[in-house]
Design a protein around this ligand. Structure first.
Ligand code: CP3
Length: 350
């Protein structure tokens, strides 16, 4: 069993730095494109055998130390009652965004097994098929990032509708966030029960908030999820699963990430990892943080950048190597392989 990733999350000693890549199952892989030729993205997410198959593709192709469930942060949102569509050009779109109390009233708290059983089944298949080869990470969007999709109705540049609601109708925003928090807590409990061995909360757009607003509108809900998951795991006498909290453009809020209760802080590339570690302290591991565009450098330069991150992360309680955000669809697969090989080689491993 390769449990190096789980050990690094907990800050235990490891023979080499573990590595995985955000969005490691995706369009930069020919094998993924082959599968996508036959089904659309949502069908892929909802067909457990296929979702499991594409989850394993990067384990075979890259040799990463963890698998991440193939799904999307918008899948539980669809189950809350928002009609979801994905189009090649525009990206995700919800037909009925939540903008008022009538929208709030219609939101459902999905039951993981009844409403999102395909995700739970994918996890069960994966645990069987991975058979201890690498641990399986489950995930959800963090409440703030999830709320932006629900309120904007899709991807956004400045999150005007979301922030306008926060500032003009804070009670409505808080009530929506409470619903999201409840729904995501149940969803993540379901993932743990099905076999997820670690969880990542994606707050990809967290850096769009001022640090003061992050404390009010993002952090408390993340804390609530983590606290409730821990309480439930103790009640159920389950081994605690490590929780990674990733925030895009995190530099303004590192102290809050440290206080979130997460085991690992996932950081983007806009801050040097040694500077981040100083502010995060010794009670939390760190994950990151190579610029995804560094994978467009020649191989030797990629290796240098990997070494640089590894050297700067030496003071961390634990380090999981990753990119600072998702791998881009245009990335040459050889570059992703070069990153994984360099991490293993230069961190003292095989
Ligand atoms: O990391 C993995 O390999 C697991 C799968 C995964 C996907 N999305 C698959 C996906 C994960 C963890 C996500 C998370 C996700 N989804 C986030 C947070 C991480 C981040 O990148 O910030 C966000 C914001 C989304 C929402 C989302 N999904 C958008 C905006 C888009 C369209 C843009 C795009 O990249 O195409 C998606 C689609 C999506 N999710 C694809 C994949 C592989 C591409 C779909 C396709 O095959 O056409």
């Amino acid at each position: 069993m390769n449990d190096i990733f789980l050990k690094a999350c907990r800050g235990e000693r490891v023979p080499h730095t573990p590595v995985w890549i955000m969005r490691q199952a995706g369009r930069y892989l020919k094998q993924y494109q082959q599968v996508r030729k036959t089904v659309d993205f949502l069908t892929l997410c909802k067909t457990p055998e296929l979702a499991a198959k594409v989850t394993i593709q990067p384990i075979d192709a890259l040799g990463v130390d963890a698998a991440i469930l193939f799904s999307d942060i918008l899948i539980p949102v669809e189950a809350m009652g928002l009609g979801l569509k994905f189009s090649e050009k525009i990206g995700p779109q919800f037909s009925n965004p939540v903008r008022d109390s009538a929208g709030l009233k219609k939101l459902r708290i999905p039951d993981p097994e009844n409403d999102l059983g395909f995700v739970m089944e994918t996890i069960r298949i994966l645990r069987r098929e991975l058979a201890g080869r690498v641990p399986l990470i489950g995930f959800a969007g963090a409440p703030f990032t999830t709320s932006t999709y629900m309120i904007e109705g899709g991807t956004s540049k400045n999150f005007l509708n979301t922030k306008r609601m926060m500032f003009q109708n804070p009670k409505l925003y808080a009530a929506i966030m409470d619903k999201i928090t409840q729904a995501l807590t149940e969803y993540l409990k379901g993932q743990i029960a099905a076999g997820a061995q670690a969880l990542q909360l994606f707050d990809s757009w967290g850096g769009a908030l001022s640090p003061a607003d992050f404390k009010i509108y993002a952090l408390p809900y993340v804390k609530e999820i983590i606290k409730n998951l821990r309480k439930w795991q103790i009640q159920e006498k389950k081994q605690p699963v490590p929780i990674i909290y990733f925030v895009g453009e995190c530099a303004g809020v590192l102290e809050d990430i440290k206080d979130s209760g997460a085991d690992v802080a996932g950081i983007d590339w806009r801050i040097s990892i040694d500077a981040a570690i100083k502010r995060l302290g010794s009670k939390i591991s760190v994950q990151g943080n190579l610029d995804p565009c560094a994978l467009f450098l020649p191989k030797e330069k990629i290796q240098e950048r990997v070494k640089d991150v590894l050297t700067k992360a030496k003071g961390a309680r634990g380090h999981i190597f990753n990119l600072g955000h998702g791998i881009l669809p245009e990335t040459p697969v050889e570059s992703a392989v070069a990153v994984v090989e360099a991490v293993h080689k230069y961190s003292g491993g095989k």
